[in-house]
Design a protein around this ligand. Structure first.
Ligand code: HEM
Length: 568
């Protein structure tokens, strides 16, 4: 009887690539089950989120344009501007030909508050249909037209006419810039201008392409939100993976290289966050990048200026910086992450997952349940103590990254069971395919969570910070500008400690972290190492408290600004 095709294909590949030794080895790869097994899901979850970032990133790249040049209307070639609705407007079309004041098909605009229908006069109810609604403060990107009013003043010799520029009676031109919107709503739309100069703010090609993705491209807003939230969950997942591996001493022999490739992966993932932040070319991304690039320049003697110059492509953050950050974000970093993840996972296949020294077999679900409860509790406390709930806050992102792992680990046990020895000891689980299936359950729950976030709270930056940066205008750093949550600890550290010292400490800390496997002698010899456990706990506490202090400093800045503007 003929062998199944899959088997014949495997034999064909094996005869040429000799894969069976590796396959035999992986067949026996096991994941230990013990009190802290729930943490083993974070590496796999990070892998899944990374793959999701690459797929959603490639899709976004199809429509994103990395250019800081002011955008122009593709049809008329006119420059584009930002226009804001100063009222809530409902535009209706008359569907009844018997009305006295209106003709059939007339388009009329009415302002409203509450429901759009509330704006309609009684005589038009049931005799018209709503064409579209523009809520107050919504912003649109439209071309604008410049027109001039030429006024010839013949009445008097005008003392205000500037000397030598014109004689009394010379025509004066007043320029008008009008947004190219439907005439019917023109009175309710105002061109957005720079508060300090009154000039029009020109959105860049990059900014317009992102707005286009968010508003016109089918599933554009969904995909961008998946990518933006996914980035936050990936960083949280890598940090949870790293700190759990640290506390479980997963770096001890023979995992030293796993640890070191891991640290490089962390730097690359941070690099993705930093370079991706500038791409929408908003005020927030521009000034946060300016601050970020400014640190090495100000605080690293000698090469600091050089590093900043390379990153910026000049003396100031500009379109050149955008091109460089884009190249790093879509070429250099993806190639580096693929290289180091491949080495990381290959090393894992060779050595398998380690078993922490002296770890207890019991209490696996207790730990998972406690971690789950603390995560839910953190979100509940954050929700009840803040007036401005933010889905990108660390007090939401970190716990929400943990929940799919906790729920998935329980569901995995329900669906795939738990293997115990006759003495009641938890038995290791085969990776292929038992633990892999448990990983997939976690991934699916994580994906469902991301889809829910992207659907019910699409990614957007509220307020002035989300406005386009126009580098032709004076650059005034908006209030409360700060980097993403995962850089806030460093932002606060650089605020509290003098710059040069802080930079030296951060660099030294990074170097020590890289060689940790060689410093923890007890773990190297398979002994318990409580000193390094306490060091780990202190570092995690330091990271969280600096992050908390940094957000508090930003809140204080907003409060002070509000108090000052109140006094004016
Ligand atoms: C994109 C980033 C990363 C991915 C995709 C990734 C992936 C993985 C996977 C799938 C595992 C096996 C399952 C597990 O133990 O969780 C693992 C194990 C490991 N990872 Fe990572 N990892 C990443 C970042 C890191 C970082 C930042 C570190 C440390 C600085 C690190 C250090 C380790 C170590 C030491 C192990 C072995 C753990 C043990 O056997 O107990 N990884 N990684």
């Amino acid at each position: 009887m003929k062998e199944p095709i899959a088997k014949r294909l495997y034999q064909w590949i094996d005869a040429r690539a000799h894969i069976s030794p590796a396959v035999e080895y992986m067949k026996n790869k096991e994941v230990p089950q013990h009190r802290h097994s729930v943490w083993y899901y974070f590496g796999g979850f990070a892998l899944f989120l990374l793959a999701l970032q690459i797929v959603s990133g490639v899709l976004l790249m199809l429509r994103y344009e990395p250019s800081a040049t002011p955008a122009a209307d593709p049809i008329s070639g006119k420059p584009l501007c930002m226009a804001r609705a100063i009222d809530s407007v409902v535009v209706i079309k008359v569907t009844d030909s018997t009305l006295f004041d209106y003709s059939l098909d007339d388009e009329v605009a009415f302002t409203y508050s509450g429901a759009p229908e509330s704006g309609l006069p009684d005589e038009l109810r049931g005799k018209s249909k709503i064409e579209y609604v523009i809520p107050k403060d919504s912003v649109m990107i439209v071309p604008y037209t410049v027109s001039a009013d030429i006024v010839k003043d013949t009445s008097q010799k005008d003392s205000t006419v500037m000397a030598g520029t014109q004689d009394a009676g010379e025509p004066t031109a007043t320029l008008h810039q009008t947004p190219d919107v439907a005439k019917v709503i023109l009175d309710h739309i105002l061109i957005v201008r720079d508060p300090s100069t009154g000039d029009i703010i020109y959105p860049s090609v990059a900014y317009v392409s992102v707005q286009n993705i968010m508003t016109n491209v089918p599933f554009g807003s969904f995909m961008r939100s998946i990518h933006a939230y996914g980035a936050n969950l990936l960083v949280a997942c890598v940090l949870l993976h790293m700190f759990s591996v640290f506390l479980m001493k997963g770096y001890r022999k023979p995992h030293e290289m796993l640890w070191m490739t891991g640290v490089l992966l962390l730097v690359i993932v941070f690099g993705f966050g930093f370079t991706g932040y500038l791409l929408p070319w908003t005020k927030l991304s521009y000034f946060a990048t300016r601050v970020g690039v400014g640190y090495p320049e100000s605080f690293i003697p000698g090469i600091g200026k050089f590093i900043a110059g390379i990153m910026r492509g000049g003396a100031e953050v500009s379109g050149e910086t955008l091109t460089r950050m884009f190249a790093l974000h879509v070429v250099v970093l993806p190639l580096s992450v693929l290289l180091f993840v491949t080495i990381h996972i290959a090393l894992l296949q060779v050595h398998g997952t380690g078993n922490p020294a002296g770890v207890k077999q019991t209490g696996m679900n207790v730990i998972a349940a406690v971690v789950g409860a603390v995560s839910l509790g953190t979100i509940a406390v954050y929700r009840s103590t803040t007036t401005n709930f933010d889905f990108t806050s660390p007090w939401f992102i970190i716990p929400i990254t943990i929940l799919p792992v906790v729920v998935g680990s329980f569901l995995g046990q329900v669906l795939l069971g738990r293997e115990k020895s006759s003495e009641g000891q938890l038995l290791p689980v085969r990776f292929y395919w038992n633990f892999a299936m448990r990983d997939y359950i976690v991934w699916l729950i994580g994906l469902a969570l991301l889809v829910a976030l992207a659907t019910f709270s699409p990614w957007r930056i509220e307020g002035d910070s989300g406005f386009p940066i126009d580098t032709t205008k004076p650059l005034v750093t908006p209030i409360g500008i700060h980097p993403e949550w995962y850089f806030m600890f460093a932002f606060e550290f650089l605020r509290l400690v003098p710059g040069e010292i802080a930079m030296i400490l951060i660099a030294a800390g990074g170097a020590v972290w890289f060689v940790i496997p060689f410093l923890d002698k007890n773990s190297q010899h398979g002994r318990k190492s409580s000193r390094f456990t306490w060091i780990g706990i202190a570092i995690i506490a330091g990271f969280l408290s600096l992050t908390w202090l940094s957000y508090r400093a930003v809140d204080d800045e907003f409060r002070q600004a509000a108090a000052t503007s109140h006094m004016k």
